[in-house]
Design a protein around this ligand. Structure first.
Ligand code: GLU
Length: 463
């Protein structure tokens, strides 16, 4: 029975058994965009009925990181607070004979190879059940699956059909106060008036079970849409093997929420056209489930790095300095701003700032003598170049110590040489100690005159 519900109401229903996964965050985003686009409601429901595996620290992580991403919910529920509701419906199914207690040894209630239950306890008499319960025999509650074809129209995948004989009498609760996933979801989706269930494709095989329960309980059926799996570059399901899978890890590495949102939106959705930079508002504007693909979505870290760079460059120096504070805890505001000005153009993720700019925060650098030399320079040539640099730079006043002036004065000198690297390379390495860095003039400005001259002197001592 498919009934049109008036308002669009969607949900994300994470289980707090791990840190907020990129796949869950992507599902949250698609639900959020769909709700906002259609003036509907977006609900966060914490599915914590599995008390052994659920942990408050994961619930906190999920909540914090959804907020950080800007995916805000209109309503919040926690399944562990709704046990009475599930118990009421379990009783109803038991009383109506749609569910029954099963006393068979349960090796594989969850996890393991799915087995079709034999149906042995289906027709136990009331006396037998009473006796078993009185003897304290362990039981679970199973749903009496009707044998039929379960078909539904998936919003993304089109017509999907399952044969319920391959599902069998599946378990719906460990006991009256411990409902299992498939059951609790159905009750909540009904009670919370969920109109569309949009979730990962890994739940596709749960959908027929949920539809059978909805039919038995006379609930209207929500519309289902299963989002494509997120795959690693080798096209296998994204896992730790491929790198970080939780939002919190990306956050710690210094990816911006805007970049992660923009990146996740394209994990399975593509509006067509050239545009690739989307704010949340623009995503809401353009989002539609029609443009969600069926095939797996490849997680391409280079693309995330690229997008992160784009958003890093949109920040003001003050904002970027504030964002980088975490990675340079000892730097004051002025130094932070210096550091980020040098690298705003090149940063891919905020955490890189520490290593890239460590030379700004050290008094003395350690040099690799060979690195100081440009191509096949001799020691003698090297000394001469450093002396020359020292002489020229000494004459520039503190007031004029700006990268434009430094460039104006040093460039002609460099051009006079056969190869400008002969002057500029040793200068840059003397100032940073590094093979790659920002340009020598910007670095010299950031260091100031005194420290620049000191470093040239120190470099000379290496020769
Ligand atoms: N608790 C389930 C999960 O975390 C929810 C799946 C669903 O959206 O129905 O995967």
């Amino acid at each position: 029975m498919t009934k049109e519900l008036k308002q669009i109401r969607v949900r994300i229903a994470p289980s707090p058994t791990g840190y907020l996964h990129i796949g869950t965050a992507r599902s949250a985003l698609f639900n959020y965009l769909f709700a906002k686009k259609n003036k509907g409601k977006f609900i966060l429901r914490i599915e914590d009925t599995d008390l052994e595996r659920s942990d408050k620290k994961f619930e906190k992580d999920i909540i914090d990181n959804l907020k950080w991403l800007g995916i805000e919910w209109d309503e919040f529920y926690r399944q562990s607070e709704r046990i009475e509701t599930y118990a009421k419906y379990l009783e109803k199914l038991l009383n109506e004979g749609e569910a029954y207690r099963c006393f068979c040894p349960q090796k594989q209630i969850d996890g393991g190879v799915p087995q079709i239950y034999s149906g042995k306890c289906r027709d136990l008499s009331d006396e037998e059940i009473k006796k078993n319960l009185a003897e304290g025999k362990k039981s679970i509650i199973r749903f009496k699956s009707p044998i039929k074809k379960v078909a539904f129209k998936d919003l993304i995948r089109g017509k999907v059909e399952f044969d319920s004989s391959l599902i069998g009498d599946f378990s719906i609760a460990k006991d009256i106060t411990t409902p299992l996933y498939n059951f609790a979801v159905v009750i909540d989706d009904f009670e919370m008036e969920i109109s569309h269930v949009i979730r990962g494709e890994d739940h596709l095989s749960n959908t027929p079970k949920q539809i059978l329960l909805e039919e038995a309980l006379n609930f209207p059926q929500p519309q289902f849409g299963h989002l494509p799996l997120i795959l690693g570059p080798d096209r296998s399901k994204l896992s730790k093997r491929h790198g970080a899978t939780s939002v919190t890890e990306y956050r710690k590495e210094g990816y911006l929420p805007e970049a992660i949102i923009n990146f996740m939106a394209f994990l399975g959705w593509n509006p067509g056209g050239e545009k690739e930079i989307y704010s949340m508002e623009e995503l809401i504007e353009d989002f539609s489930l029609d443009k969600v693909q069926k095939g797996g979505a490849i997680f391409n870290i280079q693309r995330l790095n690229y997008l992160n760079g784009v958003y890093i460059r949109q920040k003001s120096i003050e904002e970027l300095a504030e964002l980088c504070r975490l990675y340079l805890p000892k730097a004051d505001k002025e130094d932070l701003e210096k550091a980020v000005s040098l690298y705003q153009d090149r940063l891919k993720k905020l955490s890189e700032i520490a290593e890239l700019t460590d030379f700004l925060f050290k008094d003395v650098l350690e040099y690799d003598k060979e690195l100081l030399k440009w191509k096949d320079m001799t020691d003698g040539e090297m000394k001469k170049v450093l002396d020359n640099l020292n002489k020229i730079l000494c004459d520039i006043s503190e007031k004029e110590w700006k990268k434009e002036n430094l460039e104006k004065i040093l460039m002609p000198e460099a051009e006079r040489m056969e190869d400008r690297g002969t002057l500029l390379w040793p200068l840059r390495v003397a100032l940073t100690g590094k093979k790659a860095s920002a340009g020598p003039f910007e670095v010299a400005e950031a260091l100031g005159k005194k420290r620049t001259l000191k470093r040239i002197q120190n470099a000379k001592l290496e020769i």
